[in-house]
Design a binder for this molecule. Sequence first.
Ligand code: HEM
Length: 492
Amino acid sequence: SFRQQIPKGLKRLPGPRGYPLIGNVLELGSNPHLTLTQMSQKYGDVMQIQIGTRPVLVLSGLDTIKQALVKQGEDFMGRPDLYSFRYIGDGQSLTFSTDSGEVWRARRKLAQNALKTFSVSPSPNSSSTCLLEEHVSKEADYLIRKLLQLMEEKKRFDPYRYVVVSVANVICAMCFGNRYDHGDQELLSMVNLNNEFGDVAASGNPADFIPVLQYLPSRTMKIFKDLNKRFNSFLQKIVKEHYSSFDKDNIRDITDSLIEHCQEKKVYESANIQLSDQKIISIVNDLFGAGFDTVTTALSWSLMYLVTYPEIQKKIHEELDQMIGRERRPRLSDRPLLPYTEAFILEMFRHSSFLPFTIPHCTTKDTVLNGYFIPKDLCVFVNQWQVNHDEKLWKDPSTFNPERFLSAEGTEVNRAESEKVMMFGLGKRKCIGESIGRWEVFLFLTTLLQQLEFSICDGEKADITPQYGLTMKHKRCEHFQIKPRFEVKSSG
Ligand code: HEM
C-alpha cells in the first residue's frame, strides 16, 4: 500500500495492520466502540485503522479529544464524504454534508437562533417559563394519560413507541407549530423505527468505506434510502403549507422564521455568502431529525435504568416528594433543587454512552496531534464511549452509580465530574441542541416520576445491553408496568 512521506520530526500514526481490501473490518466486529476502546489501550489516544481501503483516525482520551476538537478545532471540523451521508437530506444536510465552510457556518448560526427563539425564549402568552417548558409539560401529561390507559387495557406496554411520539411532538411544536396523536400513522411510520437510520449512519458502516458494497443489493441500505425519501417529502409537505399561510407579522414557528429569513436575506446578509432558499429551509430537516431520536433514546434508556435499579428510582421519588411535593408540577427552574435526579441523568448518559462516537469528522488540512503527522481529508472517529468508560477518569466505570456525580454531602452536582461526561461532542461541531436536549430529558423525567412508579412485570427482565448504531438502542421491552403514586387532582 501507498506509504505517505512524513514531515521530518513527526511520528507516523500507529495502528493495527490491515488485510488487503478490507483493512481492519473483521476486527471491528459488531461493537466497534468496544474494539476501538481496546485497541486504544494498545496503540494510544491517536491511532489509525483501515476500514476497507480507507484510513481512519481514531481519537480517544478526553485530553487528546479536547486538544483536537477545541484547541485545534479548525483542523478537525470537517465531515467526510461518506456514501450513506449523501442520502441524508438530499446531500444538503447541515449535520452530515461535507460542507464546513462559510455556508455551513451561516446555516449553523441560523439554526441556533431559530432554535433558541422557539424553545428557551420567554413564552409570550402563558404562565410557563418558556415555550420548551410549555410543550414538554403538555406532552408529558398526554403521555402519562396514555400510559395509564394502556395499563388499564393491556396491563403492560413497551414505553418506547409512546415516548417517541411525545418527544417528536415537542420538536414538531417548535418546528411546525403542531402535534400529532399517538395513533397518527404518518408520524408513527416516520419515528417509530427499529434504528434503521442509526444502523446505516453509524461510524464504521462498511458500505461507507468499501465501494464495491455500494453496488451490491442491500436491504438495510434500501430501507435507509426509502426512509430518507419519506422523511424529506413529509417535511416538504409541511413547508409548503407554511408558505401558503405565511404572514410576516405572525411568525408561528421555526419554519416560518426560516421562510422569513429567505424573504429578507437580501436586506441583512453580508454580500459574500448568499444562502439558497433550499439551504435555509432544509435546516428544519436537520433540527427535526436531530431533535427526536436523541431525546427519545435518552428517555428510553432512563426508563430502562429506573426499572433495573428500583432503589435508585426510589431515591428520585423521595427527592421529588421532598423538593417539589405533589401540589405543583416540576418546572425547568427546579433543576438546581434536584441534584440526585441530575446525577441520575448524567450517569444514564455516561453509562449508556448511547452516542458511542460523535458523527464522523474529517481533517480540513495537514496537521499534527500529540506529535503525530495527520494528513488533510482524513476521516476521524471520536470515541465518546471510551472517554465515558476510561478507568483513568472513572472509578468502576461499568457500575451504574449516580452518586459518583454528587458532592460529599450529596447536596449538589460536582461540576468537574459532570464535565467529564462526553455525549454532545466538543468544539466547532458540538451539538447545537445540547441545552434543549438536557432540559427536555429533565422535565419529561421529573414530570413522569412525580406521578408514576415504573417496574417490569414479575418474571421478566429488562435487557440493558446496547445494540451498536449511530444512536445505540436497547432491546425493546414490552413488559413495562406503572403505578400512579397518588390520586392526580383534576386540572379542571
Ligand atoms: C450534533 C448529541 C439533541 C441538533 C450532535 C452530535 C452529538 C449530539 C454527539 C455530533 C457532534 C460532533 O459531530 O462532534 C446529542 C444528544 C442529544 C442531542 C446526546 C440529546 C440528548 C439534539 C437536539 C437538537 C440537536 C434536541 C436540535 C433540536 C444537533 C445538530 C447537530 C448535532 C443540528 C449537528 C451540528 C453540526 O454538524 O454542526 N448532537 N444531541 N441535537 N445535534 Fe445533537
